[in-house]
Design a protein around this ligand. Structure first.
Ligand SMILES: Nc1ncnc2c1ncn2[C@@H]1O[C@H](COP(=O)(O)OP(=O)(O)O)[C@@H](O)[C@H]1O
Ligand SMILES: [Mg+2]
Length: 288
């Protein structure tokens, strides 16, 4: 396996402890003729410190699974286990507690913010959520500046702005600054780079992997792009029509796929063995 194709950030830190698991997790939308089984009895074991990718075509159920894992959508059937115990988010207090440990970044950064909140309020919220409500103002400013510094944003230039005044790439970086402050144990990243340009995309991925090193976070990375999954992950789960058709180490699954569906996804990425080149992807996208 040519190691140069993959970032060293993942090496040597594979955890063995489970942080998030599922047994028979299912989501059914609608009834009768409009019934859709979006996620169909999936089992999974995500381990601490790993980058896990969930890969599948559009409509395969990835976002629905993410929303169930985050507790934004109810689980129709099955069980979710978090940090060794059965997840209980049945009350508002338990849910808030759960969200201290698990956070998400979504595809569309514009939908992730309350548009009436200025950027410093967005970041202050994170500090408060982590129990920093009574910290002195200077300390809070210092923490916000540090978080912005981590993602190459200048806090002083942002304080009076609204999120929609930023570019897509800047907004996704602000999302990562939030995660830097919140320090969740698990980050769900649902196609976080699919709405931004190729250059920002590489930066965002690097920042996520660095942050994972910095705070020892587990990342669950959701994408339709199997090449990207290969680039970032330790473990890969392949999702087809609401089911996991294959999972395992990134090398095993992507270099030696056993499911026909995985082979099909790979055919779309002609040069998976070569170092990941974002400029090539960009020109390919433009050529379409
Ligand atoms: N709120 C909803 N109501 C009804 N059907 C939904 C809803 N959300 C998603 N679906 C359906 O569930 C399936 C999986 O969608 P989704 O989880 O968004 O897939 P992906 O993120 O992989 O593109 C699709 O058939 C979609 O139409
Ligand atoms: Mg989706």
């Amino acid at each position: 396996m040519p190691d140069a194709t993959r970032d060293g950030a993942r090496d040597g830190t594979r955890g063995s402890e489970l942080c998030l698991s599922g047994k028979g997790v299912t989501k059914v939308f609608g009834i009768g003729a409009r019934r859709t089984v979006a996620v169909d009895h999936v089992d999974f074991d995500f381990r601490k410190g790993e980058v896990i990718s969930i890969v599948g075509e559009s409509g395969s159920g990835k976002t629905t699974l993410v929303k169930m894992l985050l507790g934004l959508t109810s689980v129709t059937e099955g069980d979710v286990f978090f940090m060794g115990g059965r997840r209980d988010i049945s009350t508002r207090r338990l849910k808030t507690e759960y969200w201290r440990g698990i956070q998400a970044i979504f595809q569309d950064p514009f939908s992730s913010y309350n548009i009436f909140h200025k950027i410093d309020a967005v970041l202050l919220d994170c500090i408060n959520m982590r129990g920093g409500k009574n910290l002195p103002k200077e300390k809070k400013t210092e923490m916000m500046s540090e978080a912005c510094g981590f993602v190459n944003l200048e806090f002083k230039e942002l304080t009076n702005k609204y999120p929609f005044e930023l570019s897509g790439g800047q907004m996704q970086r602000l999302m990562i600054a939030r995660i830097f402050l919140l320090q969740p144990k698990i980050l769900l990243a649902d196609e976080p780079t699919s709405m931004i340009d190729a250059c920002s995309r590489a930066t965002i991925l690097d920042m996520l992997l660095n942050l994972r090193e910095e705070i020892g976070m587990t990342i669950i990375f959701v994408t339709h792009d199997i090449g990207l999954a290969y680039y970032v992950s330790d473990t890969v789960y392949i999702m087809e029509k609401g089911r996991f058709v294959e999972f395992g180490g990134a090398d095993d699954v992507i270099l030696r796929p056993s499911a026909e569906y995985t082979r099909r996804l790979i055919q779309d990425v002609p040069k998976i063995h070569e170092p990941w080149d974002f400029t090539k992807r960009a020109s390919k996208a433009l050529a379409r």
